[in-house]
Design a protein around this ligand. Structure first.
Ligand code: SF4
Ligand code: SF4
Ligand code: SF4
Ligand code: FES
Length: 307
């Protein structure tokens, strides 16, 4: 593939044709904030937070969709870029509810993290109240679209990764939102409650219902889903010795940021008091607890008898 050389923050770096500025920046260890970009999804340039300055053309480019062009002189943190990013983020926050304190996304919220990183506190813009309806009839997912920033990640994940097509944009302008066909409740749509959109949403607009208000988990344990032979990689959030949420691994080449409903929500059995945690042997027709050594010896002895 043909090499393309650009100047990135004063340093000459080379990528190849077809790469975006964001791809090369990440490869070169340069951080550019993003909200709507996900490496497993088609980039659509929705949020514009990844803006960079092209000195040669004077244009501000959304780096996640702007392809490399030879000779570009890109600044990722010029005062102009930072000012525009802040203005974009403030506009998002101006139409966002002040509900961080009671929002379960809490410290996992990318919108809140970015606002903190950019030093944004009070917003001078006029606030636009969002009167979202919280949908929670279904057993798994709670949607509060007043917190939606229209990044489109849930829609792309649903269509490109899960290939379900349960949700898409509905309406236009300030009324636009991700929704099912005719804005039906999720349980009346094609949705399989795989939780992929929950995992990928950068804000608290789509949340798991069961585990709401369990707080931020300090420990994430990577493991393999125990259900089928696909072998999806799970990241289990653990708090006080209990699993409080399951997330798909974004890096896993097997599931690339997705799970099905079993992997995402079917882990209650782990903490069930009825779960078998020791082997049982039948003695006089009754099951009795035993040790693994005794159980395995007994199985081996029985096998030997019928060999
Ligand atoms: S989605 Fe993020 S910014 Fe919005 S209320 Fe929740 S924590 Fe706060
Ligand atoms: S619901 Fe979440 S993922 Fe979907 S568009 Fe809104 S903010 Fe993005
Ligand atoms: S839970 Fe899964 S199937 Fe349902 S809308 Fe989200 S991504 Fe689509
Ligand atoms: S991350 Fe590039 S436009 Fe959103």
């Amino acid at each position: 593939m043909e090499a393309v050389t650009i100047t990135l923050d004063g340093v000459e770096v080379s990528g190849y044709g077809g790469m975006t500025i964001l791809d090369l920046a990440r490869e070169s260890g340069v951080h550019i904030p993003t909200l709507c970009h996900d490496p497993n999804l088609t980039s659509i340039g929705a949020c514009r937070l990844c803006l960079v300055d092209d000195e040669r053309s004077g244009a501000l480019l959304a780096s996640c969709v702007a392809p490399l062009a030879s000779g570009m002189v890109i600044n990722t943190h010029s005062p102009r870029v930072v000012e525009h990013r802040k203005a974009i983020l403030k506009l998002m926050l101006a139409s966002h509810p002040d509900s961080c304190l009671v929002c379960d996304k809490g410290n996992r919220c990318q919108l809140r993290q970015l606002a903190a990183d950019m030093g944004i506190g009070l917003i001078e813009f006029q606030r636009i109240p969002q009167l979202g309806v919280i949908e929670e009839v279904n057993p798994f997912i709670q949607r509060d679209l007043s917190k939606c920033i229209l990044c489109g990640k849930c829609i792309r994940a649903d269509q490109e990764l899960v290939v379900e097509g349960a949700i898409d944009y509905i309406h236009r302008g300030s009324a636009a939102k991700p929704a099912t066909l005719n804005d039906m409740p999720l349980e009346k749509s094609e949705c399989t409650f795989c939780g992929t959109c929950v995992a990928i949403c950068p804000t608290g607009a789509i949340m798991e219902k069961e585990k709401t208000y369990t707080g931020t988990t300090a420990t994430m344990v990577e493991t393999v889903c125990p259900y089928c032979g696909c072998g999806c990689t799970l990241c289990l959030g653990v708090k006080d010795g209990r699993i409080v949420r399951a997330r798909p691994s974004v890096e896993s080449p097997v599931n690339r940021g997705t799970l099905c409903v079993r992997g995402c929500y079917g882990y209650d059995f782990i903490h069930s008091p009825e779960r078998l945690s020791r082997p049982l042997v039948k003695v006089d027709g009754e099951f009795q607890e035993t040790t693994w050594e005794q159980a395995l010896s007994q199985v081996a002895a029985e096998f030997k008898q019928i060999r």
